[in-house]
Design a protein around this ligand. Structure first.
Ligand SMILES: Cc1cc2nc3c(=O)[nH]c(=O)nc-3n(C[C@H](O)[C@H](O)[C@H](O)COP(=O)(O)O)c2cc1C
Ligand code: SF4
Length: 483
């Protein structure tokens, strides 16, 4: 993973913990409404993919155990990991693209309700993404993937050569010379692996996205409602389809790209169709980027403008993230796929403790505060949720007191200690296992391996009933804590 060149170490500083009385009086532990949804406290576990679904995308006992463990800490809300809305094989990513997924998801919703004793609300993040392929070896690329055209023949001065001879010649040439024969997209495919973009208008299924996606998202939301979830979070962030429509780099010529009004059109159409399908008494909001954090990418001004449109449209909450784009991802090894959290924008999304002078904690606070101020200035009361390096009570409380956000989201800190919420509320903050922000968990995510935390995954492996990874070397959920 990319890290700022300054390499300044910022160990986490959770600060002072409150006693139970101070916690009870804090804003953090006051109720809040997200449209129709009442949360008991202003804490939120944002979506995190833990890679525990079955290869077909079903809820497994491991998925249930993961969310049950999170629910025991009783945060205000948990957002279930990014879940695919299409009925297509997606590896071990959780899916909601067909009614056959509903029973498993219903069990998940019931599990969280039971484990939190009804204290935690459950939402699910619904996602669409485009195709991405592994980086090919030069042999694979030149001998089979490349579509040989007259442009290549011309560049090689080999007008009459059969295709096979062109392929062989390109493979045998010095790499720099062969790359010079390729166009920009072909070069990218060779270096990074093939990746579809929302601007690939020559691909019929990409051209059709505005026609197809509203219905797919609406059906996914309907299933979430049937399964007993309290709401859906439309995934409009990071490297995926909807964020790429919002992106300042989206120049689709069909009215869905170019100026911000065009780029926000599909996200609004998706929301409208979802709302029509699930009604007003089911929470619908989105996660989107406060800043894209790539050259030529969307700024906080764009995000503030989008937020106002989302609020006008009647979204029940807005959750901000930042970065996590493919455009600046590191080159994968041959045989591996590019991962959108490996470049500078990936660092902004999940900053680790080795950082620059600003440090990894609260990098999204200023932009989120600006987005929220814009909303409030325009008379919108839509709650705003912020994430990024939040691990201390004083830090969380001051974000709320300063009005930078209405709820605080803890991702890695909840992974490190799912009981953070309960411990802080009971005045037992001194027992919190503070996240070290080393990104060991994120490294596992990148390899699509079961995500665990280094602070607990080797502890008490012989505990009766402890669920372990296949190799028996890591436990899959944090050890139990009893107040
Ligand atoms: C293992 C892992 C998986 C994640 N998966 C998702 C995801 O499915 N959807 C999403 O919007 N963000 C995802 N994120 C990003 C987090 O929700 C969060 O925005 C980010 O980690 C920064 O918050 P933190 O500093 O509290 O960890 C993931 C993060 C981690 C560490
Ligand atoms: S592995 Fe644990 S301590 Fe390290 S960053 Fe992830 S959650 Fe935090």
């Amino acid at each position: 993973m990319w890290r700022p060149p300054e390499r300044i170490e910022h160990p986490p500083r959770p600060g002072r913990w409150p006693d139970a009385q101070e916690a009870a009086a804090s804003l953090l532990f006051q109720p809040v409404a997200l449209g129709p949804l009442a949360l008991a406290q202003r804490t939120w576990v944002p979506a995190m993919v833990p890679w525990r679904a079955s290869p077909e995308g079903f809820v497994t006992p491991r998925v249930l155990a993961w969310y049950e463990r999170l629910a025991r800490g009783r945060p205000g809300a948990i957002v279930v990991e990014a879940t695919g809305i299409r009925d297509v094989p997606s590896g071990p990513l959780l899916r909601i693209g067909h009614d056959r997924f509903v029973p498993g998801l219903a069990e998940l919703a019931a599990t969280v309700r039971r484990a939190s004793e009804g204290q935690t609300r459950l939402l699910i993040q619904v996602i669409d993404f485009l195709a991405i392929r592994r980086r090919p070896t030069p042999e694979k690329f030149f001998l089979s993937h490349l579509a040989v055209t007259d442009r290549h023949r011309q560049a090689l001065g080999a007008r009459d050569w059969p295709e096979e001879a062109v392929r062989r010649r390109l493979l045998e040439m010095p790499a720099a010379e062969a790359e010079a024969v390729l166009d920009e997209r072909e070069r990218e495919t060779l270096r990074m692996g093939y990746r579809e973009r929302v601007t690939d208008m020559h691909l019929p299924h990409v051209r059709d996205l505005p026609r197809v996606l509203p219905g797919l998202f609406a059906e996914a939301a309907r299933r979430a409602r049937e399964a007993g979830f309290d709401g859906v979070e439309l995934h409009y962030a990071h490297a995926y389809t909807m964020a790429s429509f919002l992106s300042a780099r989206n120049d689709r010529p069909d009215g869905y790209g170019g100026p911000p009004g065009n780029r926000v059109r599909l996200p609004l159409e998706v929301h409208a169709r979802v709302r029509e399908r699930v009604g007003r008494d089911f929470a619908v909001g989105c996660r989107f980027l406060a800043e894209e954090c790539i050259p030529g990418g969307g700024t906080v001004e764009d995000a503030a403008w989008f937020a106002a449109r989302f609020a006008e449209a009647g979204m029940d909450f807005l959750s901000t993230s930042r970065g996590g784009r493919f455009e600046d991802a590191a080159q994968p090894k041959p045989g591996a796929a590019a991962y959108p959290y490996t470049g500078p924008s990936g660092y902004e999304c999940m900053p680790q403790f080795i950082s620059d002078a600003r440090g990894p904690y609260g990098r999204n606070l200023d932009p989120t505060a600006r987005i929220r101020a814009g909303l409030r200035g325009a008379g919108h009361t839509t709650p705003v949720i912020v994430a990024g390096g939040i691990h201390g009570f004083e830090q969380a409380e001051s974000i709320l007191r300063r009005g930078e956000a209405d709820l605080v989201a803890l991702a890695r800190q909840a992974l490190a200690d799912p009981d953070w919420f309960l411990k802080v509320r009971l005045g037992r903050g001194d027992t919190v296992r503070v996240c070290a922000y080393t990104n060991y968990c994120e490294g596992l995510d990148q390899m699509h391996k079961a995500v665990t935390c280094r602070l607990w995954d080797r502890q008490a492996l012989d505990e009766p009933g402890a669920m372990l990874t296949e190799d028996g070397r890591r436990r899959l959920v944090a050890p139990a804590w009893t107040p």
